[in-house]
Design a protein around this ligand. Structure first.
Ligand SMILES: C[S@@+](CC[C@H](N)C(=O)[O-])C[C@H]1O[C@@H](n2cnc3c(N)ncnc32)[C@H](O)[C@@H]1O
Length: 253
């Protein structure tokens, strides 16, 4: 019987794929994926059959992977970052049509990879927000932005800008500014890839033209602060355990 692995390959280099993911890819005789993500893992897939296509080819890609697994192949459908978040795992189950030998292998999502680059902006409740209105109507996205303000959530903004959606990011950051002030934004382009760039700006100084579709933005909440160029959202330990002598234990307060 064939098998379909849906593998999250992380944000960039193969050293951030889980061991389980690497094993699944090695076991597979067919690798399916979006061209750009497959290119990031060429060292792992040399000599295997490869099926790639471009953006908006997702349904064709998933159908191909399922059909080949149904016919007895061991297939890895590779997805950038995590295999579920703004990715294909749910579509695989929706299109599986009775085929059950499916295993989803999680990957490091762009938000967490970027958080590590920026310091520690994500340490508690967070919202993942995509600004793509291809599958989610803009009206729904707008409502979610209001809910984020209401909850003062740290927010990871995916799919922040495309040629057709130039102004969405500005709209969202202005809404954040109106309700919560000049929040700190960590901006990571091509995270964990060769041409990685990291910036930290306040909303008021945000350079929108820097942002493209390979960029993720982590907007802090009202408690997030900057120290030594690191974005830090306190979890609350120092407030709660005031009696703990941070200085004598070698930590800086
Ligand atoms: C369709 S979503 C896929 C998300 C992916 N499944 C994940 O878990 O990271 C694509 C968006 O993810 C973000 N993204 C993915 N990989 C990235 C990277 N290496 N650096 C910066 N942003 C990235 C960008 O916002 C991009 O527009």
């Amino acid at each position: 019987m064939g098998k379909l692995f849906v593998v999250g390959v992380g944000p960039g280099g193969i050293d951030l794929i889980s061991e389980r993911g690497v094993l699944a890819i090695k076991k597979s005789n067919l690798i399916c994926g979006y061209k750009r993500y497959v290119e990031l893992i060429t060292d792992l897939i040399n000599g295997k059959e490869i099926f790639t296509n471009s953006m908006k080819g997702e349904m064709e890609r998933v159908k191909f992977a399922i059909n080949r697994a149904k016919r007895g192949d061991t297939v890895s459908l590779v997805c950038g970052g995590d295999a579920s978040l703004y990715s294909l795992a749910s579509l695989v189950f929706e299109m599986s049509d009775g085929f059950e030998n499916i295993e989803v292998i999680p990957g490091i999502t762009a938000a967490m990879a970027a958080s590590a680059k920026l310091g520690a902006p994500i340490c508690e409740d967070i919202v993942f927000l995509s600004l793509s209105d291809l599958l989610t109507p803009w009206k729904v996205i707008e409502k979610r932005v209001d809910a984020i303000n209401f909850g003062d959530f740290v927010t990871a903004i995916y799919n922040p800008r495309s040629k057709k959606r130039k102004d969405y990011l500005k709209f969202v950051l202005e809404k954040f500014y109106q309700e919560r002030g000049d929040l700190i934004c960590g901006v990571v382009k091509n995270c964990e890839r060769e041409d990685e760039e990291v910036k930290i700006w306040r909303i008021s100084e945000f350079e929108y033209d820097f942002v493209d579709m390979s960029t993720i933005i982590i907007v802090g909440n009202t408690k997030t602060y900057l120290e030594n160029d690191k974005m830090i959202t306190p979890r609350g330990y120092l407030d709660k355990y005031k009696e703990f002598n941070v200085q004598s234990s070698g930590f800086k307060v």
